[in-house]
Ligand binder design. Structure first.
Ligand SMILES: Cc1ncc(COP(=O)(O)O)c(C=O)c1O
Length: 386
């Protein structure tokens, strides 16, 4: 027997600040507790069931407990969940990613997207011998000091000062930031459709300017595809014709387990080569653990070009439906975002009526959803926000 939502939140309030361990899951007065997930449906501790279009912040592209992914993870765990040796599973996932990107890259795995971003920027700084990172204002890249919002408390000044912010799609501001700082710029870091900034794709002209400006001063282009990778076999960058020097991945590539990855040009990734005299010494006790790697491989194997296209089409149809009814809705393919006037109130109302979205209105579809469930999601969102 599990405690009810109220009992669990009372227990949590005694042992965690405001009863919460993830800022992104906090919804006042306290979030309900998940007990079980099957396909597109989550059951909470009160027995209430919701159709899940949060999908753990976009990471569960096949919904919950996908049989192939669960079997892969279970089999791997039964053979030992982590070793003081590498395993074939990490080689296989790196090969799979290489094939999906279709170019010669080198990979390193981590345990979260934040860690992947940290690793990518460390590589950019080591490769260029410079410190500054130019990035988009309002975009979220995880919890690493150099990429959190400038007003975030607890960040050392040097980390804050090593970042230059430019507004999305403002080519003049990008030009000025890169040219003023010139040979101090290690990287331009960009998410081509930053969720926190509104989930609007950057303009093609801006994406071209990122490459042009970075090249003009010998800086690297780091593309954060941690959310957007689900939109295409080689992420969203392929659609822009932009080849990142370093790409960060996470979320869907772990099949629902903690993961991060950095993929980059061989000469940049050589920074991690342990035989190099000035190698970046990066370990990670659970990095590339075989359970995550096997689950990730199974999830990606079941998410090829046909599945990606089909899921994106379903997302476009939902977006068109919501937009036709007058809602402001952004995003692309299987990623959508709505903007309620009262996000907390709307979140609870949707939840009560059986739909789980992200607290900031982000919605991510999964291949586990039936057409009927998708229709229910559309009807419910329109009845709450329309
Ligand atoms: C674009 C982007 N980058 C980085 C991160 C950080 O990933 P993680 O939460 O796995 O640390 C996120 C998380 O939502 C993200 O959306």
């Amino acid at each position: 027997m599990t405690d009810t939502n109220d009992e669990l939140s009372r227990r949590a309030a005694r042992v965690m600040p405001r009863g919460s361990s993830r800022a992104t899951l906090y919804v006042p007065p306290a979030a309900p507790y998940a007990v079980r997930g099957e396909g597109a449906v989550v059951t909470d501790a009160d027995g209430h069931q919701v159709i899940d279009v949060n999908n753990n912040y976009t990471s569960l592209v096949h919904g919950h407990a996908h049989p192939g992914v669960t079997a892969a993870a279970g089999n791997a765990a039964a053979c030992g969940s982590a070793f003081g040796l590498p395993t074939e599973a990490e080689v296989a996932l790196a090969e799979q990613l290489d094939a999906r990107f279709g170019r010669d890259l080198r990979w390193r795995f981590a345990n979260s997207g934040s860690e992947a971003v940290m690793m990518a920027l460390r590589a950019a700084r080591a490769f260029t011998g410079r410190e500054l990172v130019v990035r988009l204002a309002g975009a979220y890249h995880g919890t690493y000091d150099q990429v959190v919002a400038p007003e975030e408390p607890g960040v050392p000044r040097p980390a804050r000062e090593a970042t230059v912010l430019v507004p999305q799609d403002d080519e003049a501001a990008l030009h000025e930031a890169v040219q003023v700082h010139g040979e101090r710029v290690a990287a331009v870091l960009v998410d081509l459709m930053p969720n926190r900034a509104g989930l609007r794709p950057v303009s093609r002209a801006f994406a071209e300017a990122v490459r042009r400006e970075a090249d003009s001063v010998g800086a690297l282009v780091v593309v954060d595809e941690i959310i957007t990778y689900r939109l295409g076999l080689a992420g969203l960058q392929a659609d822009y014709g932009l080849q990142a020097d370093v790409t960060t991945l996470a979320k869907i590539i772990g099949g629902g387990f903690p993961v991060g990855a950095v993929g980059g040009r061989p000469e940049v990734m050589a920074c991690f080569d342990p035989e190099q005299p000035r190698a970046i010494h990066w370990g990670g006790t659970f990095s590339a653990n075989p359970v995550t790697m096997a689950a990730g491989s199974a999830a990606l194997a079941a998410y090829g070009p046909d599945e990606i296209e089909a899921l994106n089409r379903r997302g476009e149809a939902l977006r068109a439906r919501l937009a036709q009814a007058g809602l402001e809705v952004t995003g692309r393919g299987s990623l959508l975002r709505v903007f309620p006037d009262d996000p907390t109130g709307a979140w609870w109302e949707l939840y009560r009526r059986g739909v789980l979205v992200s607290v900031n209105g982000l919605i991510a579809l999964s291949t586990a959803m039936t057409d009927e469930q998708l229709d229910t999601v559309g009807v419910t969102i329109l009845s709450v926000l329309g």
